[in-house]
Each structure stands twice: as C-alpha cells, then as structure tokens.
Design a protein around this ligand. Structure first.
Ligand code: ZN
Length: 532
C-alpha cells in the first residue's frame, strides 16, 4: 500500500517535456511510481483533476538563513511551493566561524539583518550549523553554500587588502573542510565588503577547490549597478580557468548604465557556454531590487567592519567625500525617490518603513546623503531598502530565457510576527508570479519551461542526484497547484500576502501545505553534497 496517491494530475515533471495526465504514488519520503491508471490503494488519496503536479520548487538564490532560527516554517517560502532552499548567498552567511573573529562576523551578519543572537552561535562549520538546524526542525530542505565573505572574515577580518599566501591557503583549507562536510559550493558578494576587497586571483584559487569537489560557484558579481559586463567577464574568466560550474546570481540590468542591455547580457552568457564555460544564471521576477542601505556607502568607508564604518560616518573631515560618493550611487540607482526603506530596528524610526529617501530627507530638512548617514548611524547600520531601479522589459527578457532559473533572493517570513517589516514581495511571490503573470497572462514561456526553470534546471546546477524531477526513487518533494488561478498577491505596499492557487506542498513525503493551509509539520532536512 502506498502512503500517498495523487490521481489524474496534469504532470509537469521538471524536465521541460510537455505535460501529461497521470498518477503519482509515494512511499515514505520517496516517489514510488509515476504512471497512468494506477490501481493501488493508499493511506491518503488526492484527486487532482485539472491540477498541475510538479516537483517541489528549488530556490537556488535565497537568504532564508537570515530568519530561519526565528521562522522555522519559513511560511513565505513554503506557501509558494518551495521545498528546497539554497542559503548562504551573496557571500553572507552563518559559517565558518573563527572564535577570534566572531564579533566581526556577527556585526557583518547584523548589517545584513540576520536574526542570530550571539549566544546561539555555537557552531564553527557546516556540520555544527546543520546539526543546530536539524535539532530545531525546519519545514523545507536547506542547501547551504559556504559564503565567501564569512570565509574571508574568519581568516582575515574585514580588511581592504589582498589575502597573503598564508591566508589564501587557510581559506582554501577551510573551504575544503566545509565542502567535505556537505556544503554545495561557495557564494560571493563582490559589491559588499569584504568580498569587494578580493582579487580575481583569490577567487580563482578558491574556485579551483570548488571545481575539484564538483560544487557550485554562485556569484553576486562585481559592478552589478555600474557596468554589469565587468562583473560578467570576471565570472566567465573564473569558470574558464577552473572549469567550475558558475551561477550568476539574480541576473538583472540595473541602473542608468545597464538599462535595456538584458538581451546583450543573455547573449554574452550564451556565447560563454558555446566556448565551453559552464555558466548559467538565476533571477527574481520583479523590477525592483532589495539589499542593505549600506550598499550606498563607499566600500573604503566600510573597511574594518561596522563599528569603524559608523565611526567614519561621524567624522566631519570625511563627510564631503562620503556624501559625494553616496549621491553618485543614489543617482546611478535612479534617484532618492526610488529608494524605499523596508526594514530597520529602532522603535523611534519605525514610521520611516515604507518611506523613500527623498521624503525622509525632506521631513528631516537635511540633504539626502546626510539622511542616509543618519539612518545608518541611528540603526547601527541594520537598515534594508528596496531600490526601484530595473526596467520591466529587461525583467521579461530574462524571464523568457530557459537557461535562467527562478529564485526569490528573499527570506522566509512569518506574516504574524513580521508584519512591522515591509520586505520586497519577492519573498512571498516569485514562483507563483512567474506561473501566473508571465506564463498564463503574458505567455512569455510555456508552463513546462517555467517549471523546468524552477526544478530541473536548479537541481542540475546544484548537482542534486534525487530531487528536481518526478521520477521513481526521487525524493517526494511535490507541489500541486491550479494553473488557472495561481498568482502572487504580495505587493510592495502590502507585502505579507500569500499567493493563491497552491493547494498542496510536500517535503520528503510529508505535507507542509494541505488544502491551501499550513500544517505546521517540519519534515525539512539540511541536504549534504556528496561526491559519488
Ligand atoms: Zn546578492
């Protein structure tokens, strides 16, 4: 007898082939059969006439690790059908930890709005981190990368210089240890300190280890908002020199200089692939980005970490140079009206959430750059913002590309406890938005192609051996949705809203969403990469 039988579903299996009508049986945490007219009995049977059955979605670029110790159910993720979630992205994440530089790491994570009380950071590496999460229990599978920024902090703090040969050796060792424990690759955040201080040679030396261990190099590329091709060329070079699988994170054409260049960007990636470089990308389907407000602060000010940055921001002698550079960055991102505060910590500044920098500066009767400095100072640098600096046409061009995976770049929010925050809607709506807006309404791509971008493609980028497709023996990570009604409902002004049309989500054979409702189950695991 089967544990679960899904009958008469429209099966979209993750490979990109056309949908077919069929049944799927589950035993334990595995898919037992995929066929037609299955006559077996089961503990639970779901009649799925008119509904799509697909592999659980894989969020290949996520920051779920910022809130996972608070929101174990990661509601905003599982409600969109995500069953595996790749953490530790953009070079930012909770391991490795060197006890001598723990304070620097925690400050670094704090600047990126991690919920991580210091007394709970008891681990030093992937294994310790994974154990801690498994003891707590999580609703979906976590797929951690080694964050290059945190790796650099562990070995050399936040310093604006090249790594010495000894330091580089130590980074390579630490990376190797964490990969051997099961990490799926390494991520970089080359616009943020300390990643921004690294040379291409350092990244190549680390990517050699990744390549040898057959793991992923995921990169938030350099100069993303100024000249995206500079960053792309570096990523391509790293792939070419080391043979590593490269994933360009949250691909976009941002700001004045890159607007309209999406086709050219995709063509460059295609050409690199033709030249033998294993390089792909991912994208969240919105015309606005979101990151720390400190991204507006020049990196030389951020050298040596948070405390030093705040000290420098308070110095009158540096102010003219700093404010000029802040203004320049704001201009390149489209101006102060396009930067909206989404998250900060003090009670006093709560009313500023949802307001743009122009309005805040006006209310305070100070110049915009001064308002940025004041906000960061009062909030001890923990401020998140949304930047409306993308063109919808570019977003659509990238959505239509079958070689670009879908991601959220977002967190796992709980609408009940996070309602005071105003996060980017991508954390709630990315996957259903592609299926509703871009597949059904705009017809930019077919349903099987979109599902492939959410399942088979990211699974193959990560090197999964038993997830991402509906096949016997594969993990029973499943999503059942209504293709006629699926849609995102989260909006910039009202973000904490779940999508509609997703009826069931199964993680390792157990339902986390049933009949559209949260079950409260925590069947998720921390997945380990292994060389087989
Ligand atoms: Zn990023």
């Amino acid at each position: 007898m089967l544990d679960l039988l899904i009958k008469n579903a429209t099966i979209v299996d993750g490979t990109g082939v056309p949908a077919f009508r069929g049944d799927l049986g589950v035993t334990g945490d595995r898919i037992a059969t995929v066929s037609q007219g299955l006559n077996e009995t089961a503990q639970t049977t779901i009649q799925a006439d008119g509904l799509v059955l697909a592999p659980g979605f894989i969020d290949i670029h996520s920051h779920i690790d910022r809130l996972i110790f608070k929101n174990h159910l990661a509601q905003s993720k599982i409600f969109q059908g995500i069953t595996s979630d790749v953490s530790g992205n953009c070079g930012i994440g909770s391991f490795p930890v060197d006890t001598r530089r723990k304070k620097i790491l925690l400050d670094y994570l704090n600047m990126h709005s991690f919920f991580l009380p210091s007394d709970r950071v008891s681990w030093s590496d992937f294994s310790g981190y994974a154990k801690k999460l498994e003891n707590t229990g999580i609703a979906l599978n976590l797929v951690p990368l080694v964050p290059h920024g945190s790796l650099r902090v562990a070995v050399m703090g936040i310093e604006d210089r090249q790594a010495s040969p000894d330091e580089l050796k130590r980074m390579r060792e630490l990376l190797h240890i964490n990969l051997r424990q099961g990490a799926w690759g390494m991520s970089t955040g080359l616009i943020y300190p300390p990643g921004v201080f690294s040379t291409t040679a350092e990244l190549v030396a680390l990517a050699e280890i990744l390549s040898r261990e057959r793991t992923l190099y995921a990169s938030h590329i350099r100069e993303e908002d100024t000249d995206v091709f500079l960053g792309l060329e570096e990523a391509i070079q790293i792939g070419k020199e080391t043979g590593v699988r490269v994933q360009v994170s949250h691909l976009k054409a941002m700001g004045k200089t890159n607007r309209g260049l999406s086709r050219k960007i995709l063509d460059r990636l295609e050409k690199a692939r033709k030249d033998g470089v294993d390089i792909f990308a991912d994208q969240y389907p919105y015309d606005a980005t979101s990151t720390t407000l400190a991204v507006l602060i020049p990196s030389w000010v951020q050298e040596a970490g948070k405390e030093e940055m705040l000290r420098r921001l308070s110095l009158n002698s540096l102010k003219p140079r700093i404010t000029e550079e802040i203004d320049q960055t704001i201009r390149s991102r489209g101006g102060p009206k396009r930067v909206v505060i989404s998250d900060l910590r003090t009670k006093k500044n709560q009313p500023l959430i949802g307001k743009d920098l122009g309005a805040i500066a006006e209310a305070w009767k100070i110049p915009v750059a001064d308002a940025v400095i004041r906000l960061l100072s009062e909030e001890k640098a923990a401020v998140e913002a949304i930047y409306f600096s993308l063109d919808e046409k570019d977003v659509e061009t990238i959505v239509a590309d079958e070689n670009v995976a879908v991601c959220t770049d977002g967190d796992g929010y709980d609408p009940d406890t996070d309602s005071s925050l105003s996060p980017h809607p991508r954390s709630y709506g990315s996957f259903p938005r592609v299926l509703g807006l871009y597949v059904r309404e705009k017809g930019l791509l077919s349903l099987p192609a979109a599902i492939f971008k959410m399942t088979g493609l990211p699974a193959s980028r990560l090197g999964f051996s038993d997830r991402g497709f509906l096949k016997p023996g594969f993990a029973a990570d499943l999503v059942i949705f209504d293709p006629h009604t699926i849609t995102d409902t989260s909006e910039f002004k009202n973000p904490h809203r779940y999508p509609t049309g997703i009826l069931y989500v199964f993680v390792n054979g157990r339902s986390v969403i049933a009949e559209g409702r949260l079950t409260g189950e925590r069947p998720g695991r921390v997945l380990r990469h292994s060389l087989r």
